[in-house]
Design a protein around this ligand. Structure first.
Ligand code: SF4
Length: 733
């Protein structure tokens, strides 16, 4: 262990612990020891403290206790100047002490309204604490590899241009970038803003705060992963640290000179298994164990820095870039193009437009061909403004099936949005494109839309797509003529989907993607029940199996039906038992009360029994208010996740609500007594239809939401006044 690093880490920990003690003492004097505190939208108290020690800090008084009992005993003496010894243990302890202290400093700052930091001089409010909701939102991307990892950048690059290049490189590699710290007031956050780069979760460039201690938000986010997805308990520090090292692919990039505060924060990151890589000439630590590869490394060539980080953390990066002149990657998916930054738009009810993908014979497709049909198409595109646009994609492949057409067509949205400066919304004949002025300046022409689609469809679906060709129609008459055929195809698909039931197929599909986080969790996806993250329906899973026959989506033969009402099949039982590593014998697909399906951590919604109402309530991820059972989403999520089977509670995908198999063994759709307004509104039409099918057309109005009740009493008053059917149904248990 480098003495320089160990000394810096220990000195830095002294600095933070003293600061935390002083701040907590002051806050207790002013607000009292019983003053309650929780970070926004988390079920894990002070998450770093909770994950490592199991100690639940709920008040200022608890913070003082934690400082006295959990932090102070770990503080080491500063190494002697004259005596060399390896200081690894002390330095790592110092790092953990620092994380605990930084977390409390941030908590007190939150109490005084000083977090998240607002900097009017740059017109920015930093992100601050990262919520449990965001962790769950990103869950699928982290498990399926589309987000291979995340980096915490501390400091400032040597120039704005260099910061821009590093950020763009990370974006193109789909790595989430969290920013904090500064060098003499300058920071990567400021450098990117000066370069006109959009910051935020949508672009995967998130400014946490202006100081190095804001890195704690990235670290205590990681500390929650083992509990949220891995089924671990607060205080399981050995397991959580190992989980963090093996499964949370984070690392720290330090730009600019280091000081004790940075060394000690870096030591904390190393504790979590996250290596630190600097762009300056620092001592390095090449031993492994606490991290997978080197603990501290350096790379002085800015052009090689990102690659060095990837090697040191051992990230697996698979990137394919279509032949277009703008940057490309999921990090650009959330980029917005305002009207004043727009060069041209198509569709969006402004011009006729649609997009349609269909399969055809192999000999009818010239692979990679992009054809533009229309008068003066390129000139009109260059001129800007608005233009009609029909995109007709023809795919052919020996393993291609008609059922895969909508799966592939839905990808148009993602592929097009991944191009920097191109924006897409909607689908089918309700689509909308925008091309930015900057994209035009960089040379993005009309045919590049086709190039994106031909290359990406081949790349992502190479096992089922052998050839792709794209035709772009830009004359209004053509678009209006071609859309008739497309609409016929949309209708045929809708009819096919509507008639697809669990009984109509003999095979379901598994999804084991989340096992990288929740090792015993198995999703079984059927035509009438999608995966609980909402990202995989039966067709998606079927296509995924064809694309990668050895992947996470495997066919599950239903076999003998053991219970048609509850949804239990012999083949499914066997698959679940084997693939949950014997943790689960079976589940019932249509019940929440009797052996429900397990939940990992990235469910879109949580459903929970409300005994007094003889029904269930449903809360979606992102809703931060209270529910009538006295628990917020974040607290409920702590009860449900980790691959556990919890009767009375279940994680589900939003679309399951409109399925005829929704709780069909427990009384079905009529059991819903409370759900968020957001859910009600997002499925208004489908709910109406389901309510009519249930014979109670005004059922939605009889279901309470947060605008009428956030507690049980008010909810019961509402249900009684409305005559909700659940009140008179058979008891749920
Ligand atoms: S379908 Fe299930 S296992 Fe697959 S990603 Fe979604 S939640 Fe995870």
């Amino acid at each position: 262990m480098s003495k320089v690093i160990a000394t810096g880490a220990i000195l830095g920990s002294h600095y933070y612990v003293k600061q935390a003690e002083a701040l907590v003492e002051k806050a207790i004097t002013e607000k009292g020891a019983d003053f309650k505190f929780e970070f926004p939208d988390t079920a894990y108290f002070l998450p770093q403290m909770f994950a490592m020690t199991g100690f639940e800090v709920r008040t200022l008084g608890d913070m003082k206790t934690a400082l006295e009992q959990k932090v102070r005993p770990l503080v080491s003496n500063v190494p002697d100047d004259h005596l060399y010894k390896p200081y690894l243990g002390e330095a790592l302890d110092a790092g953990m002490v620092t994380l605990f202290a930084q977390e409390m400093i941030m908590a007190v700052r939150y109490i005084y309204g000083e977090e998240p930091v607002k900097d009017d001089s740059i017109g920015l409010t930093y992100n601050g604490f990262i919520s449990d909701t965001i962790l769950r939102n990103l869950g699928v991307q982290l498990v399926d590899g589309s987000m291979p990892g995340y980096v915490v950048i501390v400091g400032a690059a040597d120039s704005d241009e260099q910061a821009f290049e590093i950020a763009r490189d990370l974006q193109q590699k789909n790595i989430l970038t969290l920013l904090c710290g500064n060098v003499n007031g300058n920071s990567v956050t400021k450098q990117l803003l000066r370069k006109g780069v959009q910051l935020g979760w949508d672009t995967r460039l998130v400014p946490l705060g202006p100081e190095v201690e804001h890195a704690i938000y990235a670290v205590n986010w990681a500390a929650r992963a083992g509990i949220t997805f891995g089924g671990m308990k607060g205080g399981d520090y050995k397991k959580i640290l190992k989980y963090s090292k093996d499964k949370v692919f984070a690392f720290v990039m330090v730009l600019g000179p280091l000081n004790d505060r940075i060394w000690t924060t870096g030591a904390g990151a190393i504790d979590m298994g996250f290596p630190a890589i600097a762009n300056t000439d620092i001592p390095t630590i090449e031993v492994t164990g606490v991290t997978i590869y080197e603990e501290v490394a350096k790379e002085l060539d800015p052009a090689k820095l990102v690659q060095k980080c990837i090697e040191v953390r051992g990230l697996k990066i698979t990137v394919s870039k279509p032949p277009i002149p703008v940057a490309f990657g999921p990090a650009f998916e959330g980029e917005r193009i305002r009207k004043e930054d727009m060069h041209i738009e198509m569709g969006g009810q402004r011009t006729p437009a649609f997009e349609w993908l269909h399969m055809t014979d192999l000999d009818k497709v010239e692979d990679g061909r992009v054809t533009i049909v229309g008068t003066d198409a390129d000139e009109r595109y260059k001129k800007g403004g608005q233009m009609p646009l029909a995109i007709v994609i023809e795919v052919a492949g020996r393993k291609m099936q008609k059922d895969f057409e909508p799966v592939l067509e839905r990808k148009i949205h993602h592929f097009v949005n991944e191009a920097q400066g191109i924006w897409h919304m909607g689908q089918r004949d309700q689509d909308w494109f925008r091309v930015s002025i900057n994209a035009l300046k960089e040379g993005f022409v009309l045919r590049h839309l086709g190039d994106i689609l031909t290359t990406q469809l081949k790349h992502k679906f190479n096992n089922i797509v052998d050839k792709v060709q794209v035709t772009l129609y830009v004359d209004e008459a053509d678009v209006k003529e071609k859309v008739v055929e497309a609409r016929k195809a949309y209708l045929e698909r809708d009819i096919r989907l509507a008639t697809m039931t669990d009984e109509s197929v003999d095979t379901f599909y598994s999804c084991l993607l989340c096992q990288s986080f929740a090792p015993n969790h198995v999703c079984v996806v059927s035509p009438e029940r999608l995966g609980l993250c909402g990202a995989y329906n039966w067709l998606d899973a079927k296509a995924a199996f064809e694309i990668d026959p050895n992947g996470a989506n495997q066919p599950v033969m239903k076999g003998e039906t053991l219970d048609a009402v509850k949804g239990r099949w012999k083949g499914v039982d066997e698959f679940v038992y084997t693939n949950s590593h014997q943790a689960l014998e079976y589940f019932n697909a249509y019940s929440i009360m009797d052996a429900p399906m397990t939940s990992c951590g990235c469910f879109e919604c949580i459903m929970a029994i409300v005994p007094e109402a003889n029904g269930v309530m449903i809360v979606n991820r992102g809703y931060t208010g209270m529910t009538p059972i006295g628990m917020k989403f974040s607290t409920l999520a702590g009860t449900v996740g980790g691959g556990a089977q919890t009767p009375g509670f279940m994680g589900i995908g939003r679309f399951f609500l409109t399925s005829k198999k929704f709780l069909s063994a427990d009384g079905g759709f009529k059991r819903i007594v409370w759900m968020t307004k957001n859910l009600k509104e997002s499925f208004a039409e489908q709910f109406k239809q389901r309510a009519e099918e249930e014979g109670i057309p005004d059922l939605i109005d009889r279901i309470a939401d947060e605008t009428v009740a956030e507690d049980s009493d008010k909810m019961m008053e509402y249900l009684t006044a409305k005559g909700h059917p659940a009140l008179t149904m058979d008891p749920m248990f």
